[in-house]
Design a protein around this ligand. Structure first.
Ligand SMILES: [Fe+2]
Ligand SMILES: [Fe+2]
Length: 189
């Protein structure tokens, strides 16, 4: 059964793969079709990233805070990185595909995203591995997978990054994201 590290690794690998693909696609293709394709890839990245960070906020960081000595410091740093990335992604969503600004924001996100992933994998995971039981690691993996099904698909930089976002007011936000996605066909390439 996949545990928390398996689930998060899979997400990270996917984000890194898309980032590399977007980098290799530089300079961005000219023409309407090329621009649309690139915009769609970025949109898919935003959806995956938004869901991933939302479930980390909901389940992963509270566990780190609870179990890891010094967990608060590690979680605070990572959550601050996540908030920065959300701002970048939110700006990116509203930038015009093909513009210099769009490419600059994308490059910023790729750099921030890689740094954040490295921080989690190299600084946080080893500490959590030392203290988490196999049972709890699997249970957490399950919660993350389940949570992603109802997580927001857009960055919400003004929503506080505290647990409870997938419940309470955040649930309405996530629902609105999904309704909009359905109406606009977003995330279906
Ligand atoms: Fe994260
Ligand atoms: Fe992560």
């Amino acid at each position: 059964m996949p545990d928390v590290f398996d689930v998060l690794s899979r997400d990270h690998a996917e984000v890194k793969r898309v980032c590399t693909e977007l980098e290799e696609g530089r300079p961005p293709p000219s023409g309407e079709d090329g621009r649309r394709l690139r915009k769609n890839m970025v949109e898919q990245l935003i959806i995956e990233e938004s869901k991933h960070e939302a479930v980390e906020e909901e389940y992963f960081w509270p566990t780190v805070r609870e179990l890891v000595p010094d967990g608060d410091r590690l979680a605070d740093h990572a959550v601050a990185q996540e908030q920065e990335a959300k701002k970048t992604l939110n700006d990116l969503r509203h930038a015009e595909a093909g513009s210099d600004r769009f490419e600059e924001l994308l490059a910023s996100f790729i750099a921030e995203g890689r740094e954040h992933i490295a921080y989690e994998e190299d600084q946080v995971w080893p500490e959590l591995r030392k203290v988490i039981t196999q049972e709890r690691a699997q249970d957490l993996g399950r919660k993350l997978e389940e949570g992603k099904k109802r997580a927001p698909t857009r960055p919400h930089p003004n929503t506080p990054p505290t647990p409870g976002v997938l419940k309470g007011a955040g649930a309405a936000v996530a629902m609105a994201d999904r309704v909009l996605d359905k109406v606009t066909g977003r995330g279906r390439g």
